[in-house]
Design a protein around this ligand. Sequence first.
Ligand SMILES: N[C@@H](CCC(=O)N[C@@H](CS)C(=O)NCC(=O)O)C(=O)O
Length: 197
Amino acid sequence: MILFDKPECPFCWKVRLAIAELGLDVETINYLEPGQEAIWRPLTPNTTVPVLVTDEGVLYESDVIMEYLADLSGTLLPEKREERNTARLLHKYSDQKIGAGLREVIFEKRDNPEANWDMARINQGIERFYQALPFLENELGDQPFFTSCYSFPEAALTARFALAEAYGVELPGAFPQLRKWYKSMKSRPSFNQTKPG
Ligand SMILES: N[C@@H](CCC(=O)N[C@@H](CS)C(=O)NCC(=O)O)C(=O)O
C-alpha cells in the first residue's frame, strides 16, 4: 500500500498512527515531493490527502481509510457494536469539534511571524478547543482507552492534541484524565514512529 501524506496534517497523522499500531507495511510518500502531486491529485475528487492506494482500490477521506484499516485488520474497533458506535462518534468529534478550534490557532500561527498574529482569532480558537474538552474528559473517565481497546479516537485525538501542543496549546490541568491518557499515548512506539520530522 502507498499513503500519500502531509506530515503535519491531523487527518494524515491519524492514519499514520493507525497504520503504525497495526504494524502494516505501507510506503509513505510526502504529498509535496517532486512529481508526486501529479500522481495523487487525480486520485481524489476532493484534492486532499491522505490518499491510500491499495490493491483493492484507491481510498480518500481519512474516516473511510480508518474504516478500511479496521476492516482489513479486524482490530482498531472494539468488538461490541455499542462500543464501535462510541469509537465512531468520538472519531467524528475529534475531526469536527476538536479540529474546529485548533484549526484557527494553527492557521493563524503557521508561517506567520508572531508580530502579525491575530490574538483574538487565536484566543477564540483556544477557547473553542477548551469548550470541547469536558465531553471527552467525561467519556474517557478513568480508563486507558475511550473504548475497550486502542481505537479510532486514540489515533484521531492523539494527532490533534500533539498538534495543539506543537502550537503552544496544552491540555489544561482541569482535565486530568485526558492528560494522563495523552501522556500514555505519547509513550507508545506509534507516536515516535509517526510524528512529523
Ligand atoms: N475530510 C478530509 C480532510 C483532509 C484535509 O483537509 N487535508 C488537507 C491537509 S490537512 C489537504 O489535503 N489540503 C489540500 C492541500 O494541502 O493541498 C479527510 O478527512 O481526509
